[in-house]
Structures are given as structure tokens and as C-alpha cells.
Design a protein around this ligand. Sequence first.
Ligand code: SF4
Ligand code: SF4
Length: 475
Amino acid sequence: MTLCEVVVPYFRLEGEENMRVSTYEMFFHFPEYGKTIMFNGLSGTLDMVPISMGTALEQEAINKSKCVTINESVSQVLLKRYHLTELTEEDEISSCFELANKYEKIQKPVYDAHRFIILPTYKCNFCCPYCYERDIEDRVSTNKPEQLMTKEQVDNIFSIMERYPYIAEKSQMEIFGGEPLYKNTLPIVRYIVEKATRAGRNITVTTNGYDLNLFEDLLSPAKISAVQITVDGTEAIHNARRVSRSGGKTFHKIIDNMRLALDKGIVVRARVNVDKSNLTSYVELINYFKEIGYFEYPKFVFTYALVRTLPGQKNDLCITDSEFFDYLEENITDNTLMSYAISEENGGLLRNLLNNPVAASKTRYCGAVGSSIFFSPDNLLYNCTEVVGQPQYAIGTYDTEIHIDEKKESVWKKRHMPNIPECLRCPLVFMCSGGCAFRAMECGCADGPYCVSIKESFERRLRIEAKLYDIFTRS
Ligand code: SF4
Ligand code: SF4
């Protein structure tokens, strides 16, 4: 991987009247290396220039003045790479609009195929203090009988799925909950897995991993081929946060079950939900996984998510992306450890931008505005992970057919590019595409952008990766 470096001994004023810095330009200065990385969000191009040039161009972009002009050969390179443009701002935004429509059209076959997620139950054998599903009545009420999905419901779901186009990218189904893998769900999960295998689909399960051993015979690359399991810190911290209803400690059982799954040859994604209460054990946890040899398994993946509140809610334990990345930079000097810590599972942001010509072509933020359908045990349909079990957010019902409430669904589905005008002026338009729909709605801006943390996260990650891959000396 190399970053194209625009090498110039000097730059100076030289009459380029029609040229200006693109509206979609972002600048990342690295004084310690004397370089600036320029990112153009419209084209997805990423290049490196001397910091003197980078800062001058940034000033020009901010002041919209013509204080800098670059000698012709350099300006032609920057023009070809879209950092400079001869278009007016208005025309550039129009071209963004057209590009968004084009990307939507190209990606339509993928959206049409849908992502299917089955919830066999809302109940859970854990009662974690931060769980966003903890208020679902069916889940917390010990008197209420559990509503487990029936075989008939599963048959209906599979016959509904057959009516959507089948494509490889979406052949993976998901099982979610509640806790989908515990003793009560075993018969119905077995039934789902058998049907999925016959339909040529394998399955990813989001589980707390505590009872995974009960499902051992279903763990294989052709059946349940991936599990995502939350591990929230080293032993004591995890045990305080991932709490079993039966009162038992959960850490070692989960760790053992992860090894069981890895030995079966399936993908195990260990996910840490990070906030102030476990941040300081984050590096220790990575070291623990290293010591017990899990990173030696090619299918072991380490990921994190920062715990986020909803607008209007207060949670003093939440941390910002900057706090998280500051902690990493202060506590990690080893590159391998850093690459685990930032969970650059798919090659990382920087490498993806450099190597994948369509990395910046996203028009929908997430599956909720894309093509996710969650089938619940009470016959409701949802499209967003965080609202399952809250009927006011359901977008329809299902029996042998699906019955979508188009008015309710359109509140989500319309949030794609080019429908959010503010995003059409944003350098991250094709990296982000509108932000979290659920949080935007909760903020009362269902039609507007939800930008919280996105720019910050992009910038910090890009900076860390640039140093991690030694981009400055390798180019
Ligand atoms: S939501 Fe915010 S960060 Fe994301 S594309 Fe829109 S304006 Fe940019
Ligand atoms: S809308 Fe927000 S909460 Fe819902 S799935 Fe998308 S990112 Fe997650």
C-alpha cells in the first residue's frame, strides 16, 4: 500500500483563476512528518502533500480567497485527483447529487436482496446493566411466559425470504435476540439452522456465548458459521457488566465457549462495549486474548463499540471517540497490538480507501435505511437493531406474507443519499450518508443529518492508521 505523494520543491502564485479547492476536501496535518494527507470525499481520493502546501490550501478553502496558486504541473495533478476543481461550488454539489443517484442505482440489486434477521425470543438469560433491550416487558417479566418463535413462524419467514432475490452478499442470515442461544431456544434454533442449510444460507448469531456449548453440533462453516460474543473487559470487569440471571460468573465459561467455536472452524467476533468503566482494561483484555492464543486462530476477530446514549439521555460513563483514541495512543506502542485495538478487520479505513476504488460510494448509513428486516416472535417487523421489541417502531407485521406499513417504513427508508441536502455538502457524504436514523428521529430531525462523532471518528482513525502503516516513510 502506498499513498500517492505529490512531491513539490515549492509552490507559488501562478494565475489559475478558475481553480479552487474542492468543497469536499479534508486536510490532516502531520507536523512531525512535515506532511498533510488530503482526502476528497466526492471522489474518495487520498494523497499526501508537503505540510506547507496542505496548510495553505486549507486556508484558501476556509477563506475562499485566492491567496495560493500552485505551479501548473502540480495543480494539474491535484485537479486530476479532484482535490482542486474548476467547477463552481453549486456545480460540484450538483455533481454530488448525480453521483449519489448513480451509486444508488448501481447498488440497487444489493438493497433489493435484503438482510434477514430472526429473533427467536426477546428473553435473555443475562441482565446486563447497560442493555438497551432491558425494558422490553417480555424480557424482564419473570411471570410472563416466554414467547418463543414457533416452527410455523419460521416456515413463514423462509417462504417470505424466497420471494426476494438471492445474492451471495446477502445469503448470510442472522439470528438475534433477546438471547437467541440458550437452553429454551435450542429446538427452534436447530429448526432454523436446518432450514437455512437446505436453503444454502449460513448463519451469523449475536449471542452472549454463555450457553454456546449446548449448540456445539450446529457450529460449522456450513451452519452457524459466525458468532459475535460480547466480552466487556478482563475477568472482574466483565463479570460485573455481563451478569447472568442465575447469578453465576460468566467470564470463563464464555472464553471457553469461544475456543470451542474457534476449534469448530467458525468466525468468532469478540466485541467489547467500551465506556469509562472498562476503558482502562481494554489493552489488558487484548493482551489476555493474545496470551491464550486466540489471535492465532485466523477466524478470531476482535472488535469494539463505544457505548452510546440516545439524544436527551444522560450517561456519564459514555466516552467520545477522541477519548478512546487518546487512550489507545497513550497506552499502546506496539503496532500489532494497535491493529487489534482498532479492530481493522476489513483492512482498515485507510487501506480500504487506497485499495478499493468504490470505498467511498456509500449512500445509506446502515441496514435500517437499507434493507434489513428483523422478524420478531410476536409477528412484528423491524428494521433497526436498537428498536426491536418496541412496537411503536415496528414497520409492519408478518404471517405467510409481510405487511409493511409504508408510511412508517418511509420515515427510515427515505434517509439515503441524495435525500439529505446537508450531507450533499459534506466531505463524508459517501463514507457516512446521513448518520444513525434512529438517533436522528429521536432528536426530532428525521429528515436531517445525524453527525455526532462521525467526523471525529474518521479523523482519529485515519491519523492512527497513517502512523500504524508508516505511510510517511513508505510512500
Ligand atoms: S450525517 Fe453529518 S457527517 Fe454524515 S454525511 Fe451527513 S453531514 Fe456528513
Ligand atoms: S438506525 Fe442507528 S441504531 Fe438503528 S441500526 Fe442504524 S445505526 Fe444502528
